[in-house]
Write a protein that binds this ligand. Structure first.
Ligand SMILES: *Cc1c(COP(=O)(O)O)cnc(C)c1O
Length: 354
């Protein structure tokens, strides 16, 4: 039986996607060739990447609004510098909500002056700062919508007069937002969209071309747009599998549908964390993530027992990130509700026998 996979990333993918992807590795489109041994410029693969790009814009509600969807490499980590390379002339504003924002800030500092509008570092990033102002004299504002490590999620976004850039790696396609408020969204595929190896960028084309520096071609969004994500060989397997996941999501009913499922899953787990006297949540209640729930045992002496129990219950990937400790249950789109129920059952069993 497949394990209940709470891995924070690379993440669980739908069974049918894994099945189709593995079939395509052997025989793609019944053409007696593998997906990973045909030219990326052949029609079958060009169809794949075009379909993936249009599914992205369709699911996000960004068709015909001046946005382009790109499939790149280098992970979300590459976007930390690519964003600044392409958009930062003099000064940019960043909201610091954890390790990933911190890393984005560090890279952007190579390109200009940075204003940290607020930070939740004082409490090991267990909350989202609320009262801050985005300056008007910056080239853009950058934030991280979901903080994978700490289990916090931005529930609202500031009104800005400058372009808004968002790292949505761990909650893209999980909830409805007005995506047209953002001018650039990026996400490493391996959290909620596909396997590691490709990074999605959705960019409003009119924010580009405003910096004075020379940009190396492979890091230049405009060049990647002009080459339709084929400046060089794209990661064909990662793009194909991401496309399958996007198709799966669309067939289910898109973000509107999956958001309801995600809310059910997180409500089930958080209500157990709050009810069960053996556990406590890590993140501030109002900022809790629907994707990554962080929690700890009240009594650390129960750890060995609890660890043994969830592992025996066929659960994978529950250990917290080393900088937070405790536990982290990542409930990405493909994780079924019954997996969360399996975890809740173990938590209740622990209470019963303790
Ligand atoms: C995992 C993660 C990253 C880093 O992604 P890579 O693709 O490994 O570079 C960046 N931001 C967030 C929010 C993440 O969860």
């Amino acid at each position: 039986m497949k394990k209940h996979n709470f891995s924070a990333g690379p993440c669980i993918l739908p069974e049918e996607v894994l099945k189709k992807a593995s079939e395509a590795v052997i025989n793609f489109n019944n053409d007696n060739l593998s997906l990973i041994e045909i030219s990326h410029r052949s029609k079958p693969f060009v169809d794949v990447i075009e379909n993936a790009r249009s599914l992205v814009l369709e699911l996000l509600g960004l068709e015909n609004k001046g946005y382009k969807a790109l499939f790149l490499q280098g992970g979300a980590s590459m976007q930390f510098l690519m964003v600044a390379y392409n958009l930062l002339n003099k000064k940019a504003a960043y909201l610091n909500t954890g390790t990933w924002s911190d890393k984005a800030i560090k890279e952007a500092k190579l390109f200009g002056e940075l204003v940290e509008v607020a930070s939740s570092k004082d409490q090991n990033f267990n909350y989202i700062p609320q009262s801050y102002k985005v300056p008007t004299d910056v080239d853009y504002f950058h934030c991280t919508s979901n903080n994978t490590i700490y289990g916090t999620q931005m529930k609202s976004f500031p009104e800005t007069s400058v372009p808004m850039v968002c790292d949505m790696s761990s909650d893209i396609f999980s909830r409805q937002l007005d995506f047209s408020k953002f001018d650039l969204i990026y996400a490493g595929a391996q959290k909620n969209m596909g396997p590691a190896g490709t990074t999605l960028v959705v960019v409003k084309e009119d924010i580009l071309g405003k910096v004075e520096r020379q940009i190396p071609s492979i890091l230049n969004y405009q060049i990647i747009i002009d080459k339709e994500s084929m400046f060089n060989t794209p990661p064909v397997f990662a793009v194909y599998t991401s496309m399958l996941t996007l198709e799966w999501l669309k067939d289910l009913g898109g973000i509107e549908f999956i958001e309801k499922v995600n809310k059910k899953k997180s409500a089930l787990l958080y209500s157990e964390i709050d009810r069960n006297p053996l556990f406590k949540g890590v993140a501030a209640t109002e900022d809790r993530s629907h994707m990554n729930a962080t929690f700890t045992l009240m009594d650390e002496n129960l750890q060995a027992k609890f660890d043994k129990m969830w592992q025996e219950a066929n659960i994978n990937g529950l250990s917290g990130h080393r900088s937070v400790g405790g536990y982290r249950a990542s409930m990405y789109n493909a994780l079924p509700l019954y997996s969360v129920q399996a975890l809740v059952d173990v938590m209740q069993e622990l209470e019963r026998i303790s």
